[in-house]
Design a protein around this ligand. Structure first.
Ligand code: ADP
Ligand code: MG
Length: 464
């Protein structure tokens, strides 16, 4: 096999393949967890024991020890297929199977305890650390700020607010802070949760008339990490609770770190008093990796897969770094796609050359900043829904036209990071708050509606 140089024989080749499959599956499971659509307890009790057995063309086989696990995995089939397809950079269908026929699971899913137990972090995944975070111009500010916080929690900037587009390493840095603090101060109490976990928590607590307990459950924390805080926007009760949790912790010099997809003042539906609290700390941005950083990330990733870098042509790295560097997730997806192609279709080549890479990416159109524009996005989305460019920009509010327009606005923001004002102008001179609302509407739909997510991923695939 190509990655291990044939001299080293099959056994090594198998190990590399196993290692590779394990890595792909881990990424897939993490991506599904990131959607926050599956209960954490189900994850911990059931999904972590599943394994990716093989990848063959566009079929994947996933095995789990017990049939209950298989059944639960099947229930979330769409989520897993979407995640695996995005990790691999191409569509996959998954067959879920059970080892040895499997046995019925007798124990019940454990019920959650108090909110604090659910989110309390005692053992962070060592996958997201400062050591394996590659630094470049695009992210060094955020990295330095995060490292400063991790070594002096509660003492410097409070809160630390990291913002940037999806796939640029925000969650990675947040968890790296958690890891580092835990290494340096093993007794500190740390919690990691997402903005939507917080919203759910408030909702459940309100139903159980236990809002005060909910608030107090944060009190013992030394470090509170909230990922994707934008999801609390527009929710009045949540704001109130968040505001008092925030003040309680900051006033007693407990550290808070937050991430969001944009700067606080641009999160519409976020109360002024909360924005102003966020601005009292430090806001740092992460941008898309520039070429050198993209190359370094790819090299690091190749190294971590225990693949000898001699086996991949420099030109190939350069090709991927140039064409797939919109974000780090896209870089990783492209590398996975290349490795998958090389293992399956070019197993007898010693070195992955540019020819192999061209073949692997034959059907995909890489991102090219010059050609990718709001107009192109408008055109592709319009084509998808059978609408003309003028319909897309019109004031027509018919549902399918409005939906197509919202999706195009959302994708212009996501793929180009275009200013809301420019997007509004390109869609018939709408004002920026209309665009923000459209983007939020789509973000929400993506979270709650599988079909929506798949459709948008499909459209996105036609653009990039
Ligand atoms: P975000 O939270 O901003 O959407 P993530 O933190 O989930 O992005 O990052 C997406 C993937 O890219 C993860 O696998 C992460 O480990 C990886 N990644 C992002 N930035 C870097 C970096 N600078 N060095 C190494 N890996 C990175
Ligand atoms: Mg994230």
């Amino acid at each position: 096999m190509v990655f291990i140089m044939s001299k080293q024989g099959n056994f090594m080749a198998m190990t590399t393949l196993d290692f590779y499959l394990a890595d792909v599956w881990k990424k897939t499971v993490d991506a599904v967890r990131d959607t926050h659509q599956v209960d954490d307890n189900i994850f911990n009790s059931f999904f972590n024991s599943s394994r990716l057995l093989n990848l063959d063309n566009n079929q994947a086989t996933v095995i789990s020890p017990q049939y209950v696990q298989t059944a639960l995995l099947k229930q979330s089939r769409n989520l897993f297929e979407t995640a695996l397809s995005s990790v691999m950079g191409q569509e996959f269908v998954i067959n879920f199977v059970t080892e040895n026929g499997g046995e019925a699971l007798t124990s019940q899913i454990k019920k959650f305890g108090a909110i604090e137990n659910r989110f309390l972090i005692e053992d962070f995944s060592k996958k997201y650390t400062f050591e394996n975070f590659v630094i470049g111009q695009s992210n060094v500010q955020a990295q330095i700020a995060a490292l400063t916080i991790a070594t002096n929690p509660g003492l410097v900037y409070n809160p630390l607010f990291i913002y940037g587009n999806s796939g640029l390493g925000k969650t990675h840095l947040l968890l790296a802070i958690g890891n580092k603090v835990l290494d340096n101060f093993p007794n500190k109490k740390i919690a990691y949760l997402s903005g939507s976990d917080f919203v759910d928590g408030v909702y459940k607590a309100a139903k159980d008339k236990a809002l005060e307990e909910f608030k107090q459950s944060f009190q013992p924390l030394d470090l509170l990490l909230i990922d994707d805080i934008q999801f609390i926007a527009g929710k009045e009760k949540t704001h109130e609770i968040f505001f008092s949790v925030f003040n309680m912790l900051v006033n007693s010099e407990k550290q808070i770190c937050l991430t969001a997809d944009r700067i606080p003042s641009e999160i519409s539906g976020l109360e002024e008093r909360i924005i102003s609290r966020f601005n009292q700390g430090l806001n740092v941005n992460i941008e898309a990796p520039e070429y050198e950083t993209a190359v370094n990330i790819l090299k690091r990733k190749i190294e971590s897969l225990m693949i000898d870098s001699q086996n991949i042509d420099e030109d190939v790295i350069s090709f991927i770094a140039t064409n797939f560097s919109r974000d780090v997730r896209q870089l990783e997806g492209a590398l996975n796609r290349l490795l998958f192609y090389a293992i399956n279709f070019a197993p007898d080549k010693d070195v992955i050359s540019l020819d192999v890479a061209f073949e692997a990416f034959r059907d995909s159109k890489p991102t090219q900043d010059e050609t990718l524009s709001i107009n192109l996005i408008k055109e592709v989305v319009g084509e998808y829904y059978g609408l003309t460019a003028s319909q897309m920009a019109s004031k027509n509010r018919t549902k399918n036209i409005a939906t197509a327009r919202h999706i195009a606005m959302y994708l212009s923001r996501k793929l180009l990071d275009a200013p809301y004002k420019d997007i509004g102008l390109a869609f018939g001179g709408r004002d920026h708050s209309t665009v923000i609302n459209a983007c939020e509407k789509i973000e929400h739909e993506i979270k709650v509606n599988d079909l929506y997510r798949k459709t948008i991923a499909d459209i996105e695939g036609r653009i990039i």
